[in-house]
Design a protein around this ligand. Sequence first.
Ligand code: AP5
Length: 221
Amino acid sequence: MRIMLLGPPGAGKGTQGKKLVEKYGIPWIATGDILREAVSKGTKLGVEAKSYMDKGELVPDSLVEGIIKSRLEEDDCKNGFILDGFPRNLAQSQSLDDYLEARGEKLDAVINIRVEDDVLVQRVSGRLVCPKCGRNYHLVTSPPNRDGVCECGGKLFSRDDDNPGTVRARLEVYSSETAPLIDYYKEKKILHEVDGTGGPEEVFKRICGIIDSLPLEGAGG
Ligand code: AP5
């Protein structure tokens, strides 16, 4: 099955993506994570992407599309994948559709995780990330047992783009560039809306309910 998680910054795409991998055994592909890894390694892609990411802007389509297409060629994507953070504008959606069509494939479902802006800002501004295992914490709602330290021993950090000014810019970019995808996928009749409020487990159950009701072989797990 080929699933895409849609939603604004802080909606819980990454949190849910990691849980879906465990349940359904297909890879979760997050463009934000791939780009951040490139930034931390100082690759050519990372250096170019950083200037956009620091401002909360989208990295140019030509860079992101190349990364995604080569990732989708990998063996573990044969039985499907969960996309998080891609596509992010209409040009990327069209490019993904064309690419999948050429392989005789298509997206099965787009799950739009809906959360009000004030909750998004609270979630993102308190986020702490582990660089070792990728686990997310929140200063208030899910703090680590030991201050600043992940259960795996990693030293937690705040993402550079989680400062209030950049979060505002990311929300604006989401409304102008990404939100139009809601109608795009609605017209294709593959859009499923999910209430992203409540705890991560509650949201996870809602998403699994949708996935398990898709007319797919093996979607039940
Ligand atoms: P990206 O990394 O994709 O960031 P984003 O879309 O802004 O999403 P976030 O990672 O902030 O949020 P999320 O929805 O994953 O929430 P999470 O689960 O972490 O992109 C970053 C940048 O990369 C972009 O700005 C752009 O520059 C570039 N980029 C990426 N893709 C691109 C593309 N396709 N084209 C061009 N540029 C691209 O949760 C957030 C917090 O909330 C955590 O602390 C978590 O613990 C907490 N939380 C989650 N769920 C719940 C819940 N149910 N209840 C309470 N707390 C919760």
